[in-house]
Design a protein. Sequence first.
Length: 290
Amino acid sequence: MQIIKTPAELNAVSKKLRSEGKTIGLVPTMGYLHEGHKSLIRKSAEQNDVTIVSVFVNPTQFGPGEDLETYPRDLERDKQAAASAGAEYIFQPEPEDMYPDGYGTFVSVDSDITKILCGKTRPGHFRGVATVVTKLFNISMADRAYFGQKDAQQLAVIMRMVSDLNMNIEIVPCPIVREKDGLAMSSRNTYLSAEERGQALSLSAALKDAEKAVKGGETDLEKIKRNIRARISGSPLADIEYIESCAFPSLEPYGGKLVEKTLIALAVRFGKTRLIDNIIVEPENREVRA
Ligand code: PAF
């Protein structure tokens, strides 16, 4: 496992790899790697000659009062996790290498896709994500990049950006990885107290119930969302930010009747911890939306 610290160094390595005809997979992360990240790394290792994992807690995607300072960091653990899942390189730059003095260029996906769901309460978040991801794509010269479906809106924003800007990279979406008890894996789960973690299981349980209802023929999205809300509200520590349904990946808001592939996404706070989770459902019997 080689640790690369600067954009110039990574760019030189990537140029050499490409000149040797090797394909490059990039797994962008903020570190503190868990099984979800490892599933992305494994997928990349399967599909590419070389896998680069970036580990960078990107300051431009955090808002005032968010957890930039406290975000968990452990490079030694990340090295082992990345190597065991099949990565060859970790790119771990310092903020001043990514955003040197005088830095002034940002990538902003300005359609409604960044204004709904998490975009409502985290203004500027997706601008920071789009900017750093663009930089990582350019520096690594990757053929493919791997993103988890847990951050469904992030995935949709990146797909939009890659399409809008004709970026020469394939985006590979990867399924959500869950703990045995259903909690979607996230580096932020470490913030939860035992009581909060116990109650946070209501998120995946509510989404699982929704999936079951759809499989059983339920198509009333408002009822499905009401049931999710009721299930989560049964956890006294849960503070629901949103439970919404929209098309995926366009994120066009969908309500009423379930007639096509729909993302049901939610964000819920437990104390200081903000958790997100989602499912993508399709009606059992497909109709054409009027
Ligand atoms: O999903 C994340 O960990 C981050 O938003 C990403 C994509 C690595 C950009 O900083």
